[in-house]
Design a protein around this ligand. Structure first.
Ligand code: SAH
Length: 413
């Protein structure tokens, strides 16, 4: 009897797995991805999406043990083709053929990527067309060793809600042969492209984009809609790469801030102002700080087009800026912080805690630096309760987590 029920359970589990696999036929395609090993972009291949979510959740739980209680991870209902930004490096092989894709880890060899299961399909198709057009327009491909050649990378950005598409051609020189005809040919095949930009990067660097943008067609940026607000995104501004899950993440972050409409809010590492602008309706006033000047320019414009008046933007290092605010005796009620993978700094955390916000909402894309920073926050009197992982990077190993910290009430003597 007991044996039979175990058998039943096993069968049920197997059926469940089978159904899940049928639901996501693409899942099995991962097994067939021809560049899986060399590309290195996806960590998970031989597990189902469900299993992957469980692994990610337990990684966060392990990392944050003793610091915060990890809740269930928020997964995607369709975890494919979600990347709204696609970068492709271009390279000319010895036999003269042109390939585009990603660098093989630790090498300067480009692994050709045609159709990728996590990248926006429109972006991949446009990159394929550019690869095909390049020889007929006699556009030379940059060679890292000799330093000669024109085209280095192509970056495509897609507005998830608006459908706007920006193609950025990263080149070593602003002199691009038969520019107008190239733009015409590309637009003929892809009328969905709304803007084309030449980005000039003539330095010998691993950074994809250079500083100079020349608009060849359209506005030079895309717009997208997140949490009901419109955002302009310039080529070099940071924008979350998974738009569906970004809304899940921001809604969670804003609800954890428990805003009532009166609060003085700080949004640090604010990018193009997405979190600050999304939270502005339920805040008294918002101050954003961000290092990248282009992103700050986008953020100011974004506040204007959304009619947001209770917000200001400062271009500065977040740590330095908060230190200055703290030194001037300024206070904040709520702090949002969303630092890069390397996490925040002790200078930032010291200054943040001396401004005594009641709540800090920490958004992190790296559980290790999150754990380190939460430990430091604890020394400064801030405790986290719950951590909410959100799966922003399906199939890859990265994990996004949002955590709310509260100021511990000082025990009276
Ligand atoms: N909150 C934004 C951006 C998060 S990404 C969003 O959700 O879209 C992290 C941002 O931190 C990037 O825009 C990056 O330019 C910025 N940044 C990196 N180092 C910084 C620093 N020292 N001070 C301020 N901003 C910084």
């Amino acid at each position: 009897m007991e044996k039979e029920s175990i058998k039943n359970i096993n069968r049920k589990n197997q059926n469940k797995k089978k159904r899940a696999a049928e639901d996501h036929a693409e899942e099995t395609d991962f097994l067939k991805c021809p560049v899986y090993r060399k590309c290195g972009g996806c960590e998970f291949r031989n597990v189902t999406y469900q299993e992957q979510l469980e692994i990610k959740e337990s990684r966060v739980r392990r990392e944050l043990e003793g610091l915060a209680r990890t809740e269930k991870i928020a997964g995607m209902s369709y975890p494919y083709f979600y990347r709204n930004k696609v970068n492709a490096a271009f390279q000319r092989r010895r036999d003269g053929s042109i390939v585009s894709g990603v660098y093989e880890a630790g090498t300067h060899r480009v692994v050709p990527v045609g159709r990728c299961l996590i990248e926006d399909q429109r972006a991949d198709r446009i990159i394929g067309t550019i690869r095909r057009l390049v020889p007929s327009f006699r556009i030379s491909i940059y060679n890292e060793d000799s330093g000669y050649g024109l085209l280095r990378h192509v970056m495509i950005r897609v507005g998830h809600k608006t459908g706007q598409i920006l193609a950025v051609l990263v080149v070593t020189s602003p002199v691009f042969p038969s520019k107008n005809n190239f733009v015409k040919a590309l637009r003929r095949e892809h009328p969905e492209i709304t803007s084309i930009v030449l980005n000039v990067n003539d330095r010998n660097t691993s950074m994809v984009l250079g500083d100079r943008n020349i608009v060849l067609y359209g506005k030079g940026y895309i717009e997208d809609i997140l949490c009901g607000k419109k955002f302009r995104i310039s080529p070099s501004s940071f924008y979350q790469i998974n738009s569906v899950q970004t809304e899940v993440l921001y809604r969670k972050a804003i609800s954890l801030a428990a805003l009532t409409g009166k609060e003085k809010v700080l949004d640090a590492y604010s990018g193009i102002g997405t979190i600050g602008i999304a939270a502005s309706d339920s805040a008294g006033e918002v101050t954003c700080v961000e290092l990248n000047a282009d992103a700050v320019r986008d953020a100011r414009y974004n506040a204007r087009i959304n009619g947001v008046r209770n917000i200001r933007f400062c271009q500065d290092d977040a740590g330095r800026f908060l230190e200055r605010m703290a030194a001037e005796g300024e206070k904040a009620d709520v702090l949002f912080m969303d630092p890069p993978r390397s996490g925040s700094t002790e200078a930032f955390i010291n200054a943040a805690s001396s401004m005594k916000p009641d709540r800090i909402v920490y958004i992190s894309c790296n559980p290790e630096t999150l754990a380190r920073d939460l430990r430091y926050f604890r020394k400064r009197g801030y405790r986290a309760e719950k951590a909410y992982p959100v799966d922003m990077f399906a199939w890859s190993g990265s994990i996004e987590t949002v955590v709310a910290l509260h100021r511990e009430s000082l025990s009276l003597p």
